[in-house]
Design a protein around this ligand. Structure first.
Ligand code: FAD
Length: 478
């Protein structure tokens, strides 16, 4: 007997039972095939739109398992997908018929409070990081949803509530342990494989499986100032203009966002917003809670709110406050984004109009206040090159019924094309959806002048493009 698996060359190969048994014996984690009890649970990624049926899952327990999985895939010519948290909206950690290297068992977080460093395993989620770092009154800049993976988010940049004070997640990376396509384990840092270290900070999963990330930490909390105000979407133009004026001169401690969305009738939300079309203003102050509430006060006075839940709250609570918006495996999702140098009146008119026209109540028009510390890093200092934007607009299509895919994908594409006319020409690859596009969609515009250097690093560490299920960078010709 043999197991049929997809190859990197796009064909199929038979892997013998003996070979699989040998792999099972070596791996300390789990080796799963369709029919195994845990297979269905492990294989399911965040986005229900992505069909995902790996022929083989290696659920790694540590770096040695990752090395064996990579070597097994390479020697059998298998197509490989790598998964950290599984939150790729584009489905870039999903496989149809190939091998999935799943890191979800590798979620350890080890804090050195004195050195203000955290070593985080490659399958950890941001909730894991916040829990351990907050024990010491420290934080690593991460995402705003607690079950997003550290790995994919950091490798693609990584923005959250601390972005304007402390920069992107990748800006706070000081070292990474990486298993390369050759099965070798390397440490990438400023002093060790610096070219790889440069590429990992924004270049995505192109260069190997990152088994651990070491982050610089910052003192924060446990209580931080949080703004959460629900304005009527009908007032979006006025509110967004005032939001823009506030953002253009806000201190770097403030990171804020405006979300056009229809609120669910969830008992945890104020009844005034149930089923209401809202412009939700969210904000966090990366500093003292009292001074933060003062700094965020203008966001509470942009108009007449339907409800206002702003208050000082534990940072760990803030970091999971938006989780309810994003249930795993329930929605079809297709997102696109563009960076903006400025938020003009015309761009605001368009954002407000498109927010009103959303075909699905679950979809969101999101306007991020950007800049601050992100823009203090040079555009060639890390692979993440967009260092001049002050705003980012993200068109997040979410809907429940797969029969509505065409309408919703169409709305995202039309809206994104329209808003991109105000953009810098650069997209945020972490917010890229893929339906019928190739996996390198947006890669040119996101990496811009860094693309050439990235393709050279790719050629050095992965000349055969073994790691290709990602925002793919073609290896440079040698
Ligand atoms: C609900 C939701 C909320 C989000 N919120 C934010 C946010 O606040 N801020 C933000 O910046 N982004 C956010 N994102 C986008 C997010 O950054 C990307 O989807 C990111 O890819 C998720 O990382 P992951 O590890 O969960 O993804 P995965 O799906 O596991 O992987 C994504 C990509 O990274 C690669 N990869 C994963 N793990 C590794 C590894 N260990 N080594 C090498 N490559 C690896 C995969 O192969 C794939 O190409 C959000 C996405 C969702 C769905």
């Amino acid at each position: 007997m043999a197991t049929v698996l997809s190859t990197i060359a796009g064909s199929e190969t038979n892997v013998s039972d003996e070979a699989l048994e040998e792999l099972r014996t070596a791996i300390r984690g789990n080796v799963l095939t369709p029919g195994d009890e845990a297979y269905e649970r492990v294989r399911a990624p965040y986005n229900a739109m992505q069909i995902d049926q790996p022929g083989l899952i290696v659920q790694c327990a540590g770096t040695a398992d990752v090395v064996d999985a990579v070597n097994f895939a390479r020697s059998n010519g298998l197509e490989v997908a790598v998964r950290g948290g599984g939150h790729s909206v584009a489905g870039l950690s999903s496989s149809n018929g190939g091998m999935l290297i799943d890191l979800s068992l590798m979620n350890g977080v080890f804090v050195d409070a004195e050195a203000r460093l955290a070593r985080v395993q490659g399958g950890a989620l941001w909730g894991d990081v916040d829990r351990e770092t907050q024990l010491h009154g420290l934080a690593a800049p991460g995402g705003i949803v607690s079950d997003t993976g550290v790995a994919g988010l950091t490798l693609g940049g990584g923005e959250g509530w601390l972005r304007r004070k402390y920069g992107l997640s990748c800006d706070n990376l000081v070292a990474a342990e990486v298993v390369g396509a050759d099965g070798q384990v390397r440490v990438a840092s400023a002093d060790s494989s610096p070219d790889l270290f440069w590429a990992l900070r924004g270049g995505g999963g192109n260069f190997g499986v990152v088994t651990s990330f070491t982050f610089q930490l910052h003192p924060l909390g446990p209580i931080v100032a949080f703004a959460g105000i629900f304005y009527p979407l009908a007032d979006a133009v006025t509110i967004l203009r005032k939001f823009r004026d506030f953002g253009d001169s806000a201190p770097e401690e403030v990171s804020a966002v405006a979300i056009g969305v229809t609120m669910p009738a969830d008992p945890s939300l104020p009844p005034e917003v149930h089923d209401q079309h809202c412009l939700v203003i969210g904000g966090v102050y990366a500093g003292g809670a009292d001074e933060g509430m003062t700094a965020l006060q203008p966001l509470r006075e942009l108009g007449t709110p339907l409800a206002d839940i702003s208050q000082p709250m534990p940072y760990t609570v803030v970091q999971s406050a938006f989780d309810g918006f994003f249930p795993r495996q329930q929605w079809q999702s297709y997102w696109k984004s563009t960076f903006l140098k400025e938020l003009s009146d015309d761009a605001i008119d368009l954002i407000a109009e498109k927010a009103r026209e959303r075909p699905s109540p679950l979809s969101m028009m999101v306007t991020f206040l950007w800049g601050g510390a992100i823009n203090k890093v040079g555009s060639e200092d890390t692979a993440f090159t967009e260092r001049s934007a002050s705003w980012m607009a993200s068109v997040d299509g979410n809907w429940a019924d797969p029969s509505e895919n065409d309408d919703n994908v169409g709305w995202v594409r039309d809206t994104w094309s329209a808003i991109s006319t105000f953009g810098t020409g650069s997209v945020y690859l972490n917010f890229t959806g893929i339906s019928d596009e190739e996996t390198d969609v947006g890669v040119d515009s996101a990496h811009g002048k860094n693309l050439r250097r990235l393709s050279e690093v790719k050629a050095k560490y992965d000349p055969d493009n073994f790691f290709r299920l990602n925002n793919n960078i073609t290896p440079a010709d040698s």
